[in-house]
Ligand binder design. Structure first.
Ligand code: ADP
Ligand code: MG
Length: 638
């Protein structure tokens, strides 16, 4: 609790003590022994006014001030009118007085406000603490001694030293040292990650065991921590439809209820000669109930909590609207390579044509792929045992979804799939092994092929099953790979549908087709690893990028970013989104049902002020407590 809240608490407690004192006095001590009969009511009025003013002077003041600003229907106004109204019944001395209720409404309202304030503060703080991954300093070696500098002042290419227990301040590559890194704050993964020289490390992780010397590869502003913090901070700007609905609803609901309250208080006494005090009181109850704060506070708080909770598991959601869309996802579309599979291929077989040496075939392929970063190229280079002589390569050209064309020892080499061969007018032949086939040709003559296979990720099958269990109706895999490979992977993982041999631009078209077949309310999510997937990530209802620790394009294009490259996080994200939405809906239904029930009871004269206070403050407190459950994601941890 901050000092302002503490001061308010003291004030409310004093007011409550006074209130109880006054209440007991009026109940136990017949006031007519003190003052003569018609004046007791005025004495009561004055006595209850003391705790009332003490507890609520700020509310009254804000109400007056806001009317001056043209904000008429805010909660301060409603509470002021309702409670002043209760006291104003003193003007009808022949009726039962309601000063106790008037003072009590204000007291409860203030208790509720204080609680709300505290709860919102607490969840903000707990999320801020959780996101407390920003490093304060970086250590730089200067004249043989370590100096602490601001991470902003470290340049790309500088060497920094990170000691055990310190947070890695900037993204980089380990030059020296071995250690274990705690990545939990970023990925939710509790098992430490081993790093040694050559490993890429990202800012925000905690160095656990050894001293590391790191070569900085990104300035602080572009390092992982800065990007994550920026992302989470901006998340609340993108409001969910439900949030906007509540704001709009409150805008109409409050004036309507106030209008009805007025009619209720004026019409029966004026037109039907009913008792003023009875109907004025019904109107006042309306006013108390009309405050929509239970919704206006708890709905954004739920989204805030859901986004914060998800980020604890390494799932970064860029806005409440995406959380809402994700909860409605019906179709989940995956990219294959790098998303469902590791992206590292093993060479399964080398099938040279007659008179071609298998080692030579592999060496030609490795040289042609020398400059490519495609997972296939990396794996071929890995499988090739010799060294690559860059002087032999004169020219290379890579075509997405096809392969590479290179000038090697002044001869034209093609390495790629059947599309590439057909375009080059080369007669090739198929292979009966299942796997990705890499055809190789030399000066227009077919030299043979290399069969490679990528390994599906450990948790991929479980992830697909989990998605189905979470209520996703259809899973689809899109790939540029061969029909046979796609079929085998889809079957192995239990994916409902697949489309193979797609060029990067075809994937957008396929997603568009799938979008037209999903139902009105159902949404389509696309999951990719970010390498040449940006257009599809943008086109889908919701784009999810995974393994985003490295890929900048993915972080930009995606709506949801999974720090880890584990497909199982997708189902977790969906479950968190569903839980958040269900809490939001629970709160909306609960608040409205109670409020409408009390409104109806009040209209027919069956509700009293105490019920009205519950319908306002009680409901708000319960809704906030419920909303705070969104932050809790323990149940989703492995
Ligand atoms: P995916 O859709 O599974 O992520 P890509 O679209 O990246 O796959 O590639 C599709 C196909 O294009 C690959 O299966 C391969 O046959 C061919 N290909 C792409 N790049 C290369 C390359 N550098 N070398 C050889 N073949 C390649
Ligand atoms: Mg890919």
């Amino acid at each position: 609790m901050n000092t302002k809240q503490k001061r308010t608490l003291v004030r409310i407690v004093v007011a409550i003590v006074l209130f109880v004192g006054v209440y007991a006095t009026t109940e136990l001590l017949p006031l007519n022994t003190l003052v003569s009969e018609p004046n007791t009511i005025y004495l009561e009025f004055v006595l209850f006014l003391i705790p009332y003013i003490l507890a609520g002077y700020d509310v009254l003041w804000r109400a007056v001030r806001n009317i001056g600003h043209g904000q008429v229907f805010d909660e301060n106004f409603l509470m002021s009118i309702a409670t002043v109204g209760a006291f104003a019944l003193v003007l009808f001395p022949d009726t039962d007085p309601h000063f106790a209720e008037g003072a009590a409404v204000m007291l409860f309202y203030q208790v509720g406000e204080l609680f709300q304030d505290y709860a919102v503060d607490r969840s903000r703080k707990s999320i801020a603490e959780m996101m407390d991954i920003a490093p304060d300093y970086a250590n730089i070696m200067k004249d043989g001694a370590l100096v602490k500098v601001d991470p902003y002042d470290v340049a790309v290419g500088d060497e920094i030293v990170v000691q055990p227990g310190e947070r890695i301040p900037l993204d980089g590559i380990v030059l020296e040292g071995t250690s274990q890194l705690d990545t939990a704050a970023l990925t939710g993964e509790s098992v430490p990650r081993h790093v040694d020289s050559g490993s890429e490390v990202i800012s925000g992780c905690v160095n656990l065991t050894g001293v590391l010397t790191i070569n900085v590869t990104k300035p602080f502003g572009e390092s992982t921590v800065s990007r994550i913090l920026e992302l989470v901070e901006n998340a609340s700007e993108k409001k969910a439809r439900t949030e906007n609905f509540i704001t709009r609803f409150a805008r109409y609901y409050t004036p309507v209820v106030v209008g009805v309250a007025l009619l209720l208080a004026l019409v029966p006494p004026l037109l039907f000669a009913q008792s003023w005090s009875d109907w004025v009181q019904r109107g006042l109850i309306f006013l108390v109930v009309s405050c929509p704060c239970a919704l206006v506070i708890s709905v954004p708080l739920s989204f805030f909590g859901g986004i914060g909770g998800a980020s604890r598991l390494g799932i970064l959601v860029k806005g409440s609207n995406y959380l809402e869309t994700l909860a409605h996802s019906e179709t989940v579309v995956f990219d294959k390579t790098g998303t469902l599979t590791d992206g590292t291929f093993n060479v399964v077989a080398v099938h040279p044509e007659a008179d071609v040496d298998p080692d030579w075939l592999l060496s030609v392929a490795a040289h042609a792929e020398a400059y490519s970063n495609h997972p296939i190229a990396l794996s071929i280079k890995e499988a090739y045992s010799g060294t690559i002589d860059q002087k032999r390569i004169q020219q290379v050209e890579e075509t997405g979804g096809h392969g590479v064309r290179a000038l090697l020892d002044e001869r034209v080499v093609l390495v790629g799939n059947d599309k590439l061969m057909s375009e080059g007018g080369i007669s090739y032949h198929d292979c009966d092994l299942t796997g990705t086939i890499l055809h190789v040709s030399l000066d227009g003559v077919y030299s043979g092929h290399i069969v490679i296979a990528d390994v599906v990720k450990e948790d991929a099958a479980a992830a697909i099953a989990d998605l189905h269990a979470a209520g996703v109706k259809k899973t689809v895999m899109l790939t540029g790979d061969r029909q046979e490979v796609a079929a085998a992977v889809a079957h192995k993982l239990g994916i409902d549908e697949f489309r193979a041999q797609l060029l990067p631009q075809d994937k957008v078209e396929e997603v568009e087709k799938l979008l037209s077949t999903t139902s009105e309310k159902g949404k389509l999510a696309f999951v990719g690893d970010g390498i040449n997937d940006a257009p599809v990530l943008t086109r889908a209802d919701i784009g999810i990028a995974m393994g985003a620790m490295g890929s900048d394009a993915a972080i930009e294009a995606a709506d949801i970013v999974l720090m880890d490259d584990k497909p199982s996080n997708i189902a977790k994200a969906i479950r968190i989104a569903r839980k958040t939405m269900s809490i939001v809906h629970q709160n909306i239904v609960f608040a409205l049902v109670i409020k409408f029930a009390v409104l109806i009871l009040a209209a027919v004269g069956l509700a009293n002020m105490w019920m009205a206070v519950f319908a306002d403050v009680g409901v708000a407190i319960l809704a906030i407590l419920n909303a705070m459950r969104c932050m809790n994601v323990k149940q989703f941890r492995d």
